[in-house]
Design a binder for this molecule. Structure first.
Ligand code: PLP
Length: 421
């Protein structure tokens, strides 16, 4: 019966019959939106999206052709996004626990797998407890407001991720922005912040535009000197930095000095979605009571929980995947440097090939794709003026041949456009 009704409705309205509001306000809105879109195009900052017709991985098929594209621009650092065991775990969780919870956690949205994953995350990072969010963007949006009051202070690296900046905007603490990784400036700001009750230094562990790693040892020393807490965003570190992939704090030997970690399940840890905070138990308990993106948003879907849980199992069993990614990174960085390119950062799988000129970055990235290698050029306002680059991201599942093909293409295209002699 309902099928007949639905067919009638479709015939009457039809999918081609798009509805849009009429009236002066709607017309004014449309005019304003079109003008803004034109401005974005005019400024050359329009972001277009390439449509992928295959799974995420080192080799892609693009919609409308383009098979066998070598992919060097995903955050799939460990290649777990399409790992067969990760996919199987997702399917099993989907079948056993359903498509989703249709609820926030505190009403009827907590399943045993959510509790298990939180326990696993805390164990992985050697922290007391953990709390899941729909994304790390949400984890960053939810923590500062819940934790800090107008009597407190937060000191943030000027190049921190947008979600940290937004999270800090939402809180009422006194805000200090220190120069990127500048310990003198951080110390000056910490001295000024002594008048506040509690101080929290917030930094990305690894910065995604430059592939540089925060000087956590020095930050923790200053935090100790000026009685501050340290928060790190480990989205570009969890799973692969440090001898066991625990992250920047493990790499730099300060696991016992960093108080709070936020990270994502949407990059190295299976790549599906989700984020978390891990740290002291009372903090996690407070976030469950007060953190708005946690309280007022749906629970993570079981399939997503299954992916992340399996990814963590794989990493806790062995550090072989993380080691393999480190070796591939080293191969790319050393070959590119030997060829005469400048690669920003150090030992990180984010390898920005520094070109300076925005047009050069854009045409070289386009030419790389014509050669079957997918990389992205970044220029102002995403990165500072005059510091345009092509960002290459290495994954454990790239083969040595993939890396060599990419380097050879860079050399050929770099010569063609005058980026190399
Ligand atoms: N923090 C950093 C440093 C990131 O790079 C990102 C993602 O781009 C996020 C937070 C947000 O993570 P998610 O994709 O889980 O929201």
């Amino acid at each position: 019966m309902w099928r007949v009704a639905a067919r009638r409705l479709l015939r009457a309205g039809g999918t081609g019959n798009l509805r849009s509001a009429s009236g002066a306000a709607a017309a004014e809105l449309r005019r304003r939106l079109e003008s803004q879109l034109e401005d974005i195009r005019g400024a050359g900052t329009w972001k277009s999206e390439r449509v992928i017709a295959s799974r995420q991985g080192p080799h892609l098929r693009l919609a409308g052709g383009g098979a066998g594209i070598l992919n060097f621009c995903a955050n799939n650092y460990l290649g777990l996004s399409s790992h067969p065991e990760v996919i199987r775990a997702a399917v099993e969780a989907l079948e056993k626990f359903g498509a989703g919870l249709s609820s926030v956690r505190f009403i009827c949205g907590t399943q045993s797998i959510h509790k298990d994953l939180e326990e696993k995350i805390a164990r992985f990072h050697q922290r007391e407890d953990a709390i899941l969010y729909a994304s790390c963007f949400d984890a960053n949006a939810g923590i500062f407001e819940a934790l800090l009051t107008p009597e407190d202070a937060v000191l943030s690296d000027e190049l921190n991720h947008a979600s940290i900046i937004d999270g800090i905007r939402l809180c009422k603490a006194n805000k200090y922005r220190y120069k990127h990784m500048d310990m003198q400036d951080l110390e000056a700001k910490l001295q000024d912040a002594q008048k506040h009750r509690l101080r929290l230094v917030a930094t990305d562990g690894a910065f995604s535009m430059d592939g540089d790693i925060a000087p956590l040892k020095e930050i923790c020393q200053l935090a100790q000197k000026y009685d501050a807490l340290v928060f790190i965003d480990e989205c570009h570190a969890t799973g692969f930095l440090g001898p066991n992939g625990r992250g920047t704090d493990e790499l730099l030997g300060v696991m016992d000095k960093v108080t709070i970690i936020n990270s994502t399940l949407g990059k190295a840890l299976g790549g599906a979605a989700g984020g978390y905070t891990t740290g002291p138990k009372p903090l996690i308990d407070l976030l469950r009571q007060r953190s708005r993106p946690y309280l007022f948003s749906n629970s993570l879907p079981p399939a997503v929980v299954g992916c992340a849980s399996k990814a963590l199992d794989l990493l806790m069993e062995s550090n072989a995947i993380a080691q393999s990614m480190a070796a591939k990174t080293q191969r790319f960085r050393s070959k590119m440097t030997a060829a005469g390119f400048t690669i920003s950062g150090k030992d990180h799988p984010i390898c920005p090939v520094m070109l300076g000129d925005a047009r050069l970055a854009s045409v070289m990235a386009e030419d790389m794709l014509n050669r079957g290698i997918y990389v992205i050029g970044f220029s102002y306002p995403v990165v500072p003026k005059g510091k345009a680059r092509i960002r290459v991201q290495i994954s454990a599942v790239h083969s040595d041949e993939d890396i060599d093909r990419c380097v050879e293409a860079f050399i050929e295209i770099g010569r063609k456009h005058g980026a190399l002699p």
